[in-house]
Design a protein around this ligand. Structure first.
Ligand code: MN
Length: 271
């Protein structure tokens, strides 16, 4: 089945999955951007996400990351450091290294640069779910003026991550007004076959997947009410919660289980 047409179809039928915000006005490249929308959406007394500060850096390029986020829908948050914050796009299907496959990317509110290292469980509120730091590295624009490129609706750039490399484009479309973009690979040495979202699902920070990150929490943050219940995403979440609880009980059981089988802990010889 042609993946590109499927992506375009679901993009058209469900443009309201995310809470899009209009991009900030261009032409003020000397000024840092702000985090008011990011902060207004979150209660920092109940989420482990950082409140963040706007960094002073205004030079072109910088940190780049992708956070795989299982919330009301599974998506990949694609972030590029610019003018002291992380420009952010939610990419429902994740990036494709195939230049023929253009992926819908909904621009969302700027995030703090501190957010770029975040991985873990958001127990409640906005974005409740699980975040995997899926890729990180550096990016650089292939234009002189990033703000002008954003205003024009075409940002060509290069990334050097653990998983993604080479030249990419972000291109604004008519979908969902100013917020709908497409993320596409340019043809180069790193374009072509394979799907890193399938072949390399794990975190670049911890090596963990969704279930292992959830299992790392002492207890299930959603004993009665998972943050998503219906449809395919609900099923994915239930499977992850089951695996997490199995991993948790295996971790508590195994010392006793090992003793019962007569297996002794390895002696601490290196001290
Ligand atoms: Mn997200």
């Amino acid at each position: 089945m042609p993946r590109a047409s499927k992506a375009a179809k679901s993009a058209k039928s469900k443009p309201s999955k995310f809470t899009p915000v209009p991009p900030q006005a261009p032409g003020r490249a000397s000024r840092p951007r702000a985090l008011a929308t990011y902060r207004a959406k979150r209660d920092f007394s109940s989420t482990p996400e950082p409140a963040g500060t706007v960094k002073g850096k205004t030079s072109a390029g910088g940190y780049f990351c992708i956070q795989k986020h299982l919330a009301s829908h599974l998506h990949y948050d694609f972030r590029l450091e610019h003018r002291g914050v992380l420009l952010s796009w939610a990419v429902p299907k994740g990036p494709s290294p195939d230049p023929k496959v253009k992926r819908l990317a909904m621009q969302v509110e700027d995030h703090p640069v501190d957010y770029g290292d975040f991985e873990g469980v958001i127990p409640a509120g906005y974005g409740a779910g699980i975040v995997v730091l899926w890729d990180r590295g550096a990016w650089a624009p292939l234009v002189d003026d990033v703000d002008a490129a954003l205003a024009k609706g075409h940002l060509p750039f290069v990334v050097r991550g653990d998983k993604l490399k080479g030249r990419w484009d972000l291109i604004r479309t008519g979908i969902a007004g100013q917020c709908g973009w497409l993320l596409a690979k340019q043809r180069d040495a790193w374009s072509g076959g394979g799907d890193p979202t399938v072949e390399q699902p794990e975190s670049v920070k911890s090596g963990r997947d969704f279930a292992e990150i959830l299992a790392h929490e002492r207890r299930d943050p959603w004993p009665d009410q998972p943050p998503v219940r219906g449809g395919e995403t609900g099923k994915l979440m239930r499977d992850i919660m089951l695996r997490a609880s199995a991993l948790r009980s295996r971790a508590t059981r195994s010392p006793a289980a090992n003793r019962a089988r007569g297996v002794r802990a390895a002696p601490a010889t290196d001290r």
